[in-house]
Design a protein around this ligand. Structure first.
Ligand SMILES: *Cc1c(COP(=O)(O)O)cnc(C)c1O
Length: 384
């Protein structure tokens, strides 16, 4: 089975991890700050805070921005559940903004409409979380402008989008947001096995997120309530968690970052080849403005032109050894969210997307033979 995503691990990666295993620090050593510096330098953001997952990153980002009981966080239904769950961890409530039918990202017009209604009802969100689906940036200019007008903060969920560009600049520089979050899960663009990071240009937010990552404990005298009792002294100044990234994970990230640009350009080659091989088939692809990181290559079937159902095409691909997947089941249709009152029909564009979408294999190690196999299997699955 050709998987839909797969990590690339080189001898350099292995050597780097082994060297850390033999070093003095398995956690809280020099590799995490090194990884953070590398992320910040790559993105052109001022501060990076590495944590043990993007889920943790979203949680500390929400807390640093003051999200709590009585607040609302809005995100897209077309995402992984973590983009919404982070609000619930903080005791806040979640709502969704439907997607644009072409970019498949949060629709700025739908956001503007919903904000106008929410303002009248006195229920404006404190935070909006746009998600850069498949590695293609949302319309951040429009979303940022609405943020200025309605006073909400912005966390970019860029779990798919490290290495992408928006208006010629790296995603992660937070030009149009307060915080950007990356994931380093093995299917993502670069991996630390498990891991995530937040980027921000605000020193106060970076400081808060670094505290939240490690129990709310500080060893920095500037942040203490009094002069240290002695060299052993630390203070807990807030309630945090253990969301730290280990040295092994961080050094893997350092090593992988050296190949980030190579990975993304290889993904572009693969996407271009898919575009050629699939031309003429009854399907649509994402409108890709700017430079996408191409985490995913998703097709949407034109079901009116196909005799088979979405499910039949999907199953036929799996039967032919093509490990397709589906990103995403609309979050509001999950039982946990239905129990909060969401229902089918609430976000029709996301639901329509779900009824047509299939993620084809997309990762740097795919060969020409793999791509031909995927394209051949898809043709058979649609026509056979
Ligand atoms: C993968 C992913 C996450 C969660 O990332 P983890 O590092 O696995 O916690 C969150 N949001 C999106 C959009 C993702 O794709």
């Amino acid at each position: 089975m050709i998987p839909y995503g797969r990590q690339d691990i080189t001898q350099d990666d292995i050597d780097a991890v082994v060297a850390v295993l033999r070093s003095n620090f398995l956690t809280q050593g020099p590799q995490v700050p090194r990884f953070e510096a590398k992320l910040a330098a790559y993105c052109g953001g001022a501060y990076a805070v590495a944590v043990n997952s993007a889920t943790s990153a979203l949680h500390v980002a929400c807390l640093a921005l003051g999200l709590g009981e009585g607040d609302w966080l809005w995100t897209t239904p077309n995402t992984f559940v973590a983009s919404a769950n982070c609000a619930l961890y903080c005791g806040a409530q979640v709502d969704f903004v439907d997607i644009d039918p072409h970019s498949w990202n949060m629709c700025p017009q739908a956001l503007a409409k919903k904000l106008a209604v929410a303002e009248k009802a006195g229920r404006l969100p404190r935070i909006v979380v746009p998600v850069h689906l498949c590695g293609t940036s949302c319309d951040m200019l429009a979303i940022h402008e609405l943020g200025q007008r309605y006073g909400f903060k912005i966390i970019e969920d860029a779990s798919h989008a490290i290495g992408a560009r928006y208006r010629g600049e790296p995603v992660g520089n937070c030009r149009h947001s307060d915080i950007t979050v990356f994931s380093f899960h093995p299917v993502k663009i670069v991996t630390t096995a498990e891991g995530g990071a937040t980027l921000t240009n605000r020193a106060d937010l970076a400081e808060k997120m670094a505290l939240l990552r490690s129990h709310g404990i500080t060893r920095d005298p500037r942040l203490m309530s009094k002069a240290p009792d002695g060299p052993w002294y630390y203070e807990q100044v807030g309630l945090g968690f253990n969301y730290r990234m280990t040295e092994l994970h961080a050094v893997l990230g350092v090593s992988q970052m050296d190949r980030l640009d190579e990975y993304v350009s290889r993904r572009h080659e693969i996407a271009t080849r898919y575009d050629e091989l699939l031309a003429g088939l009854p399907l649509r692809i994402q409108q890709r403005a700017d430079y996408s990181a191409l985490h995913l290559y998703v097709i949407r079937l034109n079901l009116e032109e196909i005799k088979k159902s979405h499910r039949e095409v999907f199953v036929a691909l799996r039967e032919r050894g093509v490990g397709v997947n589906l990103h995403y089941i609309p979050v509001h249709t999950q039982p946990y969210y239905r129990a909060m009152g969401f229902a089918e029909g609430d976000f029709p564009e996301a639901e329509r997307y779900y009824s047509e979408a299939i993620s084809l294999p997309m990762y740097p190690g795919l060969t020409e033979a793999d791509l031909l196999k995927v394209a051949g299997a898809l043709k058979e699955a649609i026509q056979g």
